[in-house]
Structures are given as structure tokens and as C-alpha cells.
Design a protein around this ligand. Structure first.
Ligand code: 13P
Length: 252
């Protein structure tokens, strides 16, 4: 039985004061149950302070990006060991905003994935197609390329310590959500592709859905057999919105 993971990707939002309100609200309202876990991913300047706020709670800490290098002359970058040092258990790699806006290639993403694991941090590997790619019938091809870059570089066994997030680009921040069936189809495909390498491991890996997930659509998505949680942007910025999704996970 795979546990559900509800992860908040705060993106470039937050402040000392706003984070305090958000995290204290989340920590105070975590639903009962042990079939799910919660994660928040603030921007770099707030990782250490949020680590203090979530300490001893059911909420874990993650970062939104990481360098593929261990240390050295890489101005503006953050090493995986630094994330570990301030209490991160997870890091998002290959988010579509990093791929599209900052030009990260699948090879870059694979290097970050491996660097995170080498430092003992669980990468959350994001994959997903644009609307144009979906309409051209290329969804599976795009996902396969993104997944295979990591499978080739890190090996299938590396997914024993990784999470995958399917984030259709057209559903991110648009209010358009993939229907539970559309998401399930892609999640099933991802699991099947992993299963061609290692069937036992494919059954265990958590595959999250991301793209306008909210309290209202979470129950329908989370009850699908291959959807094991959510990577949430907009609805992770208000405690009550995030907790509504956590509640759906607890009820699932
Ligand atoms: P939204 O939930 O705002 O659509 O963002 C999804 C996302 O990109 C999470 O990483």
C-alpha cells in the first residue's frame, strides 16, 4: 500500500511573516491518520526558519531546486549537502518552470536527481507535457523522454528513493485540472514504463499529480489507483486550502 504524499510547492512566494502564519496553520490542523504525509517547499532563504517551525510535526521540509554540483565556484547555486544541512528531506527537480524558463534540459535534471540522492535527499522528479504536445498526441513520448533521461543516468533502482510528479504544463496555475481519468492514464503509463525495468519497485514508487489541485478536486484525483498524492502550487499558500487537500488524503 503506497502512502499518499501531499506536497506544497510555494514557488517564489512567501515572507517571514506570511510563512509563520501559513506553517503554524498547517501544523495546527494536520488531520489524524497515518496513510499520508505532508511536505512544504519554501524558497531558499526560508528553509532554515521553516525547518524550525515544522520540527517535531508531521510536516516535512523540501527545496524547489538544487545544484548538480557538490561545492565550489558556482555563484548563486545551492549544494545538495546544504539542503540536507538545514533539514530538507526532499527537493523538487525538473519542474516545468525550470525547464521552460531557465532552460534546464532532461540531462541537467538527471544530474540534479543524482546529486540530491548522493546527499541523502529524495528528489521529486517532475514530468509533464504542454497543451500543444498533448493535442499532437505526444504526451507519452514527452513523458518517456523526461523519464528515460533519469532512468539512463541513474538507473531504475534509484527510484527506490525518489518520488515522481506528473504535472501537465497546461494545468499548472491555469485552474484547468486534468480529469482524474486523464491523470490516471498518464500515471499508469509512468508506472508501466518503470515496471519494464523493475516491476516490484514500480509498484512502490509514489507518483503525485500536480496542476490546479484543490480541496474540491482532490478526492476524485486521489482515489485513482495510480495517483499517490499531489504537488500543489496555488492551493499550498493558504493553510485552510492546503489542509482541505490533506483532509482528502486522510479520508482516502
Ligand atoms: P498549481 O497548483 O498552482 O497549478 O501549481 C502546480 C505546480 O506547479 C506544483 O509544482
Amino acid at each position: 500500500m503506497r502512502k499518499i504524499l501531499i506536497a506544497g510547492n510555494w514557488k517564489m512566494n512567501g515572507s517571514t511573516a506570511a510563512n509563520e502564519v501559513l506553517v503554524s496553520g498547517i501544523v495546527a490542523g494536520v488531520p489524524e491518520g497515518d496513510g499520508f504525509s505532508l511536505l512544504v517547499c519554501p524558497s531558499f532563504p526560508y528553509l532554515a526558519s521553516v525547518a524550525g517551525m515544522v520540527a517535531g510535526s508531521k510536516v516535512a521540509l523540501g527545496a524547489q531546486n538544487v545544484s548538480e554540483h557538490a561545492s565550489g565556484a558556482f555563484t548563486g547555486e545551492t549544494a545538495p549537502s546544504m539542503l540536507k544541512d538545514v533539514g530538507c528531506e526532499f527537493v523538487i527537480v525538473g519542474h516545468s518552470e525550470r525547464r521552460a524558463i531557465y532552460g534546464e534540459t532532461s540531462a541537467d535534471v538527471a544530474a540534479k536527481f543524482q546529486a540530491a540522492q548522493a546527499a541523502g535527499i529524495t528528489p521529486i522528479l517532475c514530468v509533464g507535457e504542454t497543451l500543444e504536445e498533448r493535442e499532437a498526441g505526444a504526451t507519452e513520448k514527452v513523458i518517456d523522454e523526461q523519464l528515460d533521461a533519469v532512468l539512463d543516468a541513474a538507473g531504475a533502482d534509484s527510484f527506490a528513493a525518489a518520488v515522481i510528479a506528473y504535472e501537465p504544463v497546461w494545468a499548472i496555475g491555469t485552474g484547468m485540472t486534468a480529469s482524474p481519468e486523464q491523470a490516471q492514464d498518464v500515471h499508469k503509463h509512468i508506472r508501466a514504463r518503470l515496471a519494464t525495468h523493475n516491476a516490484e519497485l514500480a509498484e512502490k514508487v509514489q507518483i503525485l499529480y500536480g496542476g490546479s489541485m484543490k480541496g474540491e478536486n482532490a478526492p476524485g484525483l486521489l482515489c485513482m489507483p495510480d495517483i499517490d498524492g499531489g504537488l500543489i502550487g496555488g492551493a499550498s499558500l493558504k493553510a485552510s486550502d492546503f489542509l482541505a487537500i490533506a483532509e482528502a488524503a486522510a479520508q482516502n
